[in-house]
Design a protein around this ligand. Structure first.
Ligand code: ADP
Length: 591
């Protein structure tokens, strides 16, 4: 068994992995960016290494720095969590070259499944049908138009290397094809560094049902039951549950067996998830995620299996100690992803900031996997998942009521969260009857009247710190030590000394969030959240219609369209692509 695991991730998933490793008696190593210097995962790990930098690219995704931390720490295994390196075959190979085990599948399996086109080809070969679509890289918008005219609209343009709904655009008709392809490719390029795209028929009322699998190094492949993740906004999951309501045992078995066939087709080992869309009694292969999923706890709650423990054991070449027939499920589990997002009017606008209050729920069947505690800052530079609340109940209805009770106990202030929307979904007759599809949140969940008024604090770090260098001698060896001292301590105790101000992230600012509404406005277009301008679609002198997109802003890994709040002529454009903007900044003027 491993002695020391380095967790190449942050937030709740790093915390999740550290906890199980500790229970197994394995020591843990955290890595952190400058913004995460005091983050929960860093505090919980046995040791921690600084990566420096602010954005994910400068810190967690800086391969050289991570490899260096692995070497320095002496870790014998690396858990990638999800996101970042979890589906990066080159990274898996690079660490194996260091003699360190990657807690995940073999690099070859990541490669086959890492790309949606080659995974569709592999699934078809294994006799598992995908959503009707293409398996060639798109070359022009005309191909989108031809596909739509032949198979019917709408059509989904999907990034071959996409994930989490990013790099995907739904095209309603031929006229929208050009812009949709451009926007899908731009988002894919910025998020994943590649923009190859392909087409699928867009199913209009599907459920998203996925199958958890675990495979060891000795050919034992077992499915652990499904998760229904149909409650989504913008193709990103908000509520997940297991088992999928109303799924017959026959379909479940067929889906489990299909998932195992897909896994075998790529020589899979470790934990993985095969995703399907389910509509009119048929299921279609969507993709395979070659990693632990955000929503894995619902499977843990109903199977009583610790998936991280299984991942670690399988990576250490232990055989699975149970067979398919031993897998039993008990009751029902539901998970809510608590994101830093303002769901007012169903718009789910990113809401980074400092958590000034965090009352956590507890009680029977209630589990909270959080990456933050009160006082921590949710930065605009990382994803917006603050915590996951998971409940277990003897059946779906008990789990649903328990989730309502537990969400009711959860109080978070300083940032807006998805909780008010989740309370509405869970109490909605359509959700109660499990009549929802992946389109429901956008098309009928009734969030139009939801308005949340919160005083938000937008900042990227707790406080500014001052960096000081000191010389020390350790066992006679001269070492330079960098001290990071909160600036308020320095000015009150030691104002005479020279110091270098060392700002963490952007400057702090206290502002209340005004939602950029598309109802008639003043023409002064401001951004509703902190972020980076990706594209400006208009120039001075252009005529625009109320409600048309004038600018694309990226925040918390999401592209957000900024709309004209009135019709008129653009008289000023105050920003350029690449500019960082803060909540409420006016970016252009329409008169
Ligand atoms: P990602 O890698 O972004 O998770 P997926 O292919 O898994 O991409 O799709 C994410 C979500 O997007 C699905 O859960 C579903 O809601 C929606 N989706 C994807 N493809 C289709 C499709 N062809 N028809 C309808 N919905 C789709």
């Amino acid at each position: 068994m491993f002695k020391k695991i380095l967790v190449a991730n942050r937030g709740e998933i790093a915390v999740r992995v550290i906890r199980t490793a500790r229970e197994m008696g394995i020591s843990t190593v955290a890595v952190y960016s400058d913004l995460d210097r005091n983050a929960l995962h860093v505090r919980l790990a046995d040791e921690a290494f600084s990566l420096g930098g602010t954005t994910a690219a400068e810190s967690y995704l800086n391969v050289g720095k991570i490899l260096n931390a692995i070497r320095l720490s002496g870790a014998d295994a690396v858990h990638p969590g999800y996101g970042f390196y979890s589906e990066n075959a080159d990274f898996a190979r690079a660490i194996e070259e260091l003699g360190v085990t990657f807690i995940g599948p073999p690099p070859g399996a990541i490669e086959i499944m890492g790309d949606k086109i080659s995974s569709r080809i592999a699934a078809t070969k294994a006799g598992v049908n995908g959503v009707p679509g293409t398996v060639e890289v798109l070359k022009s918008p005309q191909e989108v138009i031809d596909f739509g005219n032949e198979h019917g609209w709408p059509v989904a343009i999907k990034a071959a290397y996409g994930g989490g709904g990013r790099g995907m655009r739904v095209v309603a008709d031929a006229q929208s094809a050009v812009e949709a392809l451009e926007s899908a490719q731009r988002e894919a390029l910025s998020a994943f560094g590649r923009d190859e795209s392909y087409l699928e028929k867009y199913l209009t009322w599907p459920r998203h049902i996925e199958m958890q699998i675990i495979c060891d190094a000795y050919g034992n492949s077992i499915w652990l039951g499904e998760r229904d993740c149909s409650c989504q906004r913008r193709h990103q999951k908000l509520i997940e549950e297991s088992p999928a309501p109303g799924l017959s045992q026959e379909t479940r078995n067929a889906m489990g067996e299909a998932a195992i066939r897909v896994a075998r087709a790529c020589g899979y080992q470790n934990a993985g998830t095969v995703e399907f869309l389910y509509q009119d009694g048929e299921f279609y292969f969507l993709e395979m995620n070659t990693r632990l999923q955000v929503e894995h706890p619902v499977t843990e709650m109903v199977t009583l299996l610790d998936l991280v423990e299984l991942q670690i054991k399988v990576a250490a070449k232990e055989p699975l100690s149970f067979s398919q027939a031993d897998v039993k499920t008990y009751g029902h589990a539901i998970e809510c992803r608590i994101n830093a997002e303002d769901p007012s009017e169903g718009r789910f606008i990113p809401s980074p900031g400092k958590i000034t209050k965090f009352a956590t729920p507890s009680g029977f069947g209630t589990r909270l996997d959080a990456g933050y505690v009160v006082g921590d800052v949710v930065s605009q530079y990382y994803d917006n998942l603050v915590a996951k609340l998971i409940v277990w109940g003897k059946d779906r209805e008990s789990a649903r009521k328990r989730m309502l009770r537990a969400l009711g106990e959860t109080e978070i202030a300083g940032i807006a969260t998805t909780i008010p929307a989740q309370l509405k979904f869970l109490a909605h007759p359509v959700f109660i009857e499990a009549g929802h599809s992946t389109r429901w949140v956008e098309e009928g969940a009734g969030l139009e009247d939801l308005i949340i008024k919160t005083e938000l604090k937008t900042q990227d770090s707790d406080q500014d710190v001052v960096s000081r260098s000191l010389l020390a001698e350790v066992n006679g060896k001269r070492v330079e030590v960098k001290l990071l001292i909160p600036s308020d301590l320095v000015s009150s105790t030691n104002s005479g000394t020279q110091s270098t101000p060392f700002k963490r992230g952007t400057a702090s600012k206290q502002r209340s969030q005004t939602l950029g509404s598309s109802r008639g406005g003043s023409g002064k277009i401001s951004v509703p959240m902190q972020g980076t301008i990706v594209k400006i679609l208009v120039s001075v002198g252009d005529k625009v219609e109320q409600g048309s997109t004038v600018c694309i802003l990226e925040a918390m890994k999401m592209e957000n369209a900024i709309l004209a709040d009135k019709s008129g002529e653009i008289t000023e454009v105050r920003v350029s692509p690449g500019d960082a903007v803060g909540t409420g900044d006016v970016i252009l003027v329409i008169s």
